[in-house]
Each structure stands twice: as C-alpha cells, then as structure tokens.
Write a protein that binds this ligand. Structure first.
Ligand code: HEC
Length: 222
C-alpha cells in the first residue's frame, strides 16, 4: 500500500513539474509585446459589440441591448403631466397626489418663500418686489385666480405661463404639488379640501330662457 502511495506521489510531482515547465516554455516568446499563446482567447477578448445594434453570432441574430419599450420612464423621472395633456385637460384631470397634512403645508410654505414670494408677494397678491417690476404684475391668488384648479396650477408651474418661467428644473413633482397646497391657502381655500373648479363659473351663470310659448297660450285661454 505504502509503495503504491509513494509511486503515485512521485508521478504526481513529476507530472506537475513537467506541466509547469511546458506552460512556462510555451507562454514566453521573444517579442515583448506578444501575449504568448492564448489557451482560451474568448476569455481574454470578448467580442466588441456596438450598442443598440444587431449582430450575428454563430448564426443567431442578437441585439447588444434591448431598446426600452415605448413609453418607458427612467427611474425617478416620473413626469408630472402625462404626454399630450394640455392646460385645459390638466385643469380637469390632474389632482394633487400628495396626502395633505400640516407638515406638507409647512414644506409648501417654505418652497413658496424660496421660489415664488419675490414675484407673488407674501400674501399672494402679486406684489412681490420682483413682481411689481414686471411689465405685468402676477394676478392675485384670491382675485382672478381664486378658483384656478390645482391641475392648471401644476401645468403653469411646470411649463411656465406668460412672464413666469418653468419651475420644472428647480422643483421636483412632489415639491410642485406641495407648494400648490400653500397657494390654495393663499387663494382663501382650505387646502386639502375639494375646491370648486373655475369651470363652475360657467355652470352657475344665469341662463336666460326665451319667453315660453306655452305660458302665453295658457294666458290666452284664461
Ligand atoms: C418671475 C416672477 C414669478 C415667479 C418667480 C413665480 N411666478 Fe407665478 N406667475 C407670475 C406671473 C407674471 C404670472 C401670470 C402669468 C400669466 O397669466 O400670464 C404667474 C402666474 C402664476 C399662477 C397662475 C397660473 C395660471 O394658470 O393662470 C400660479 C398658480 C403661479 N404663478 C404660481 C407660482 C408658484 C407656486 C411659484 C413658485 C414656485 C411662482 N408662481 C413663481 C410670476 C412669477
């Protein structure tokens, strides 16, 4: 038993030495820049594929990277306004997604103090120091803008309106909705409560009825 064990160890040692020498001799070459023999070249050199391109590999047509599905949105880049939605539709369909509470209102007030107050003024009357210097001062929130729906506010803050530039690059979608709660307070509403939309104005407008013919007839009979 011991004898065979010794032989096995010897053959193993000799085999290892021969292997290392063979590897050493074959891997070294005279040219200093030559990589020597490459035993598995695929491991060294992966095929360089051009991005967003198709390639034929072993008869298979492959894509180096799949294109994102149409309408894909990058993480953290959720747009506030769905594609194709205009000002009027925003007024009808866009609703504040932030759950209202006092902390949210405080955040909104802080944002207002940094980004809006210089034009719109402390109480939102359009009398901020910058606002007064504009060729046309911003309208008062509790004046003509009293019933402006939140969706329209969001649209205007996002895209800008008239002399007011877009705030999309300064304020995240959440920040824009938070400041809207504060603007609603300045409009004189209770933020967080349903607010009557400006379209209600036309609904409540007096409808002048043409003089009813039926009544006339009745009167004639009498
Ligand atoms: C450079 C001055 C300026 C700044 C800063 C500014 N606004 Fe305005 N804003 C205006 C003017 C001017 C208008 C009137 C635009 C018009 O109707 O032509 C306006 C209009 C609005 C309206 C009414 C939009 C509509 O659809 O009629 C809202 C709401 C509003 N601003 C909110 C904000 C909020 C919130 C901020 C801060 C995040 C802000 N604004 C910052 C000048 C400014």
């Amino acid at each position: 038993m011991n004898f065979t064990k010794i032989i096995n160890l010897k053959t193993l040692a000799v085999g290892a030495i021969v292997g290392v020498m063979a590897f050493g001799f074959t891997s070294c070459k005279n040219a200093p820049n030559s990589p020597g023999y490459e035993y598995m070249p695929d491991m060294y050199r992966s095929p360089a594929l051009k991005y967003y391109n198709t390639h034929v590999l072993n008869g298979d047509t492959l894509q180096s990277a799949m294109k994102p599905v149409a309408g894909t949105i990058a993480r953290g880049c959720m747009p506030g306004i769905p594609a194709g939605m205009d000002y009027e539709k925003a007024g009808m369909y866009l609703k504040n997604p932030i759950v209202f509470n006092d902390a949210v209102l405080k955040d909104g007030e802080a944002i207002y103090g940094k980004f809006c107050v210089h034009c719109h003024g402390d109480a939102g009357k359009g009398d901020g120091k910058v606002g007064l210097k504009l060729p046309g001062a911003p309208p008062a929130y509790d004046g003509t803008l009293k019933n402006l729906p939140e969706g329209k506010m969001f649209y205007s803050i996002t895209n800008g309106k008239g002399l007011m530039g877009s705030h999309a690059s300064q304020l995240s979608v959440e920040e824009r909705w938070k400041v809207i709660y504060y603007v609603q307070k300045l409009q004189g509403h209770t933020p967080g409560q349903p607010i009557v939309a400006d379209s209600a104005k036309t609904e409540t407008a007096q409808v002048v009825k043409p003089a009813g013919k039926k009544e006339e007839k009745k009167q004639n009979k009498i």
